[in-house]
Design a protein around this ligand. Sequence first.
Ligand code: F6P
Length: 399
Amino acid sequence: MSNCKRIGLLTAGGDCPGLNAVIRGVVKSANTHGYEVVGFLKGYEGLVDPVSFIPLNHKNTTGILGQGGTILGSTNKGRFAATVGVNDRLELDPELVAGVKTTVEQLGLEGLICVGGDGSLAVAQQFHEHGIPVVGVPKTIDNDLSSTAFTFGFFSAVFCATDALDRLHTTAASHERVMVLEVMGRHAGWIALYAGIAGGGDVILIPEIPWTFESVCQAIITREQRGRKFTLVVVAEGAQLPEGGLVTQDKQETQKQVRLGGIGNFVAKEIERRLGKETRTVVLGHLQRGGAPTTFDRVLATQFGAHAVRLIVERKFGHMVTYQPPDMLDVPIIDAIKLATVCPNCSAVQAGRALGICFGDDQHELPFEYVPPAEEAATASNGSKAATKSKAAGKSARA
Ligand code: F6P
C-alpha cells in the first residue's frame, strides 16, 4: 500500500442494481481528489475477524458501470445488526466496533463509505456514534429511506416489474384471466405503485392503503361489465391482509424481521373463490434485485458515489448523500433511516385513482367512458351494455 490518502468502501445488506456504478463513481472521484480506495468484502463482515479487502482502482472497476450485483459482495443480517424489525435499535457488539476502529486506524482510512439500506445504515450510524468516520449512500430497491426522493436500485426494480406486467397483460387478455403479480418492497408500496402505474395495472394493493376483497372483486366485475375480460392485480409483499397481519414465509411469529412473501397466492385464491374466475399468480422475487441498472439508476448511483467522496473531503461524517431533485445534498444518517412509506394522498396515487386504478378501498370509481353514437343503438338492445352506459352517463352528469 502506498502512503496516499485512503478511503474505505463497502456494500452492505441485500444487493441491488447500481452498486457497481457507485463503486466506480467512488473510485474515479476519489482518485481525482488524490485518494486511493480499499473495498471491504462481503459488507461489514470484511472489516474485522478476518479483515478482508481489495484495493480498488481503474483496472478492477473499469466496465462495471452497467453490471448488476456488487464486485465486493455483500452480507445481509450477518454479525453486524443494529436493528430488530423496522425501528427497534439493537446495540452492536462492542468488541466488533473496537475491531472496526482498529482496522480503520491500521489502514489509515480518512473515511469509510457505507452503501446500504435502512438496516445497514443503522450500523453506520452506530459507527458514527463511536467516532468512526463514516458517510452513507442510500441503496435499496424498496425506496423506503427518508430524506431522499429516490434510492438507487428502485427504478431498476420498477423496470423489471413493469416488464413483467407488460408480459402478463398479453397472456391475461388472451385467456381472459385475472393475473396477480406479487412484488417486493417490504413495508412500503413504492415498487407496486410505480410498476402498477407504468405497467397498466388495474388493481394495486399496498401496505399504506387498507383494502378489502369486496372492493377488489367489484373492480374486476365492473371491468367485465365494460368488456374488459381480464384484470391485472399488483400486490406488494408487505400489503396488510384485510383482517390485519402479513403473509410471511417464516413460521416463527415472534421473529420481527420476517421474510415476507405469499400474499400474491393468497389474493389470487380468494379472487378465484369469490368470482369463479380463472386466476394465476406470479411472484417476481429476486429478479427485481438482479440484472443491469437502468440509465436513471446509473446516473443516480454515479452521482451518489462522487458526492460521498466529497463529504469525506469536507469531513462531513455521519451524513448520508441524498437526492432532492434537482439537488444532490446530504442529511445526518439518523434522519434518513426512518421508514419512508407511500403517502396515500400522494400525486401518484391520485393519478392512479383518476385513471380508474383500484387501490382496494372504497374510493374507487372507474372514469366516465364515452360511448360513440354508432354504438348507442346497439346498447339499447343489450342489457349489460345499457347498464354500463347509464352508469357512465350518471357519472358524467355529476361531473
Ligand atoms: O430490502 C430489499 C428486499 O429485496 C426486500 O424487498 C425483500 O423483502 C428482502 O430484501 C428480501 O431479502 P432476502 O434477499 O434476504 O430474501
